[in-house]
Every structure is written in C-alpha cells, then in structure tokens.
Ligand binder design. Structure first.
Ligand SMILES: CC(C)(COP(=O)(O)OP(=O)(O)OC[C@H]1O[C@@H](n2cnc3c(N)ncnc32)[C@H](O)[C@@H]1OP(=O)(O)O)[C@@H](O)C(=O)NCCC(=O)NCCS
Length: 164
C-alpha cells in the first residue's frame, strides 16, 4: 500500500499531475474543480495549507513507490470533535481496495492523531464505489442530501466505537 502523508508544499508537482491526469475521470462522479483551480494551482495549494496550519482541515496524499500521488484523502470543516471526510483515487489505481484501506487508516489517524470522535461523509446515490467504501469502513447512512442537484446520502462514523 502507498504511504499516507500529510499534504506539504513539496507535493505540489505530483499533486498537479494527479489532478490533471484524472480530471475527466473525477468529473464523471464529483464536481469538476474548474479551470481556475488548474491555472492558479500553487495559490490554491497555499490557501489549503494555510487552512491546515490553522487546524481547520487535515489533508493527506497517498504516495506511491515512485513518489507519484495515487490519491487524496482529507478531513475538512474540523470542529467540535468532528470533520467531513473526502477522498479521490487515481483511475489507474482504482478497484484495488485503495480507498477502503485509506479510509480505515484515516479513521485511525482521526481518532488517535487528531483527537476526533465522529466523521461525516456523503456521496451521490449513483456512486456505487464510494457507497461500498463507506459501508465497509463502518459508516452508516443517517439521511438524504443533494450534491449539486444530484440525490445522495449522508453518512456518519462514530470513532469511539469499532465498526461491526
Ligand atoms: C470512489 C473511489 C474513491 C473508490 O476508490 P477505489 O480505490 O477504487 O475503491 P475500493 O477499491 O476500495 O472499493 C471500491 C468498491 O466498489 C466497487 N465498485 C466499483 N465500481 C462499482 C460499481 N459501478 N458498482 C458497484 N460496485 C462498484 C468495487 O468493486 C469495490 O468493491 P470490491 O472490493 O468488493 O470489488 C474512486 O472510484 C474515485 O476516486 N472516484 C472518483 C472520485 C469520487 O467519487 N470520490 C468519492 C466522492 S464521495
């Protein structure tokens, strides 16, 4: 399995390559980041790292054997012992259990490194892979929610209990 590393400035080139190579693939399931994100990538990264330094978010990259970025897994909107989980895996690394593994690892880090007690997540109804990942990592459906006009589900994972 790759290494899970907290996001740093020197990940920038590999991270940009990851986002560019997978842009169309990601846009099929989640909203596209938009041209501005790619045009001002360094600026966006600096903003995210400032949020991380302030303790509002914890960003991570999944780094492969050749220092390539194979995925991202993040905790955002950190507050009151909780945070929102988000992830994306490179097309070429999909279907090998990487997201499942990374979510399990991040749940552990969330509890033991970041001191959180609950994680929230959400996905659209048509994202079968993401629903499978959340269900098998101990998240339970707690409601319905729209994502950019698409129907979806809200999930919760209590980090103080082991998943069944
Ligand atoms: C969703 C995503 C993170 C899954 O990553 P992954 O590393 O391929 O996930 P895993 O291999 O751990 O598990 C995916 C599971 O879903 C299953 N799956 C994949 N596509 C599926 C489909 N269309 N229908 C049903 N199950 C599907 C896989 O078979 C796998 O289950 P298995 O191990 O029992 O075979 C990845 O596809 C991705 O980054 N997609 C684009 C961004 C995105 O949707 N992010 C999540 C936003 S909520």
């Amino acid at each position: 399995m790759p290494d899970i590393q907290p996001l740093r400035t020197d990940h920038a080139p590999a991270l940009l390559t990851f986002e560019q190579e997978n842009r169309a693939y990601f846009a099929a399931s989640i909203p596209d980041r938009g041209d501005d994100y790619f045009a001002r990538f360094d600026e966006h990264l600096r903003d995210r790292l400032a949020e991380q330094a302030a303790g509002d978010c914890y960003f991570h990259v999944l780094v492969g054997a050749e220092d390539e970025v194979l995925g991202r897994i993040n905790l955002v909107d950190v507050a009151d012992g909780g945070a929102e989980l988000g992830y994306r895996i490179a097309e070429r690394a999909a279907g090998r259990g990487l997201a499942t593994w990374a979510v399990r690892e991040l749940c552990h880090l969330a509890a033991h490194r970041y001191g959180l007690t609950v994680l929230r997540a959400g996905t659209t109804l048509d994202n079968a892979a993401s629903r499978a990942v959340l269900t098998r990592t101990g998240f339970t459906v707690v409601g319905e929610r729209q994502f950019s006009g698409r129907p979806g589900l809200s999930y919760l994972r209590n980090l103080t209990q082991h998943p069944r």
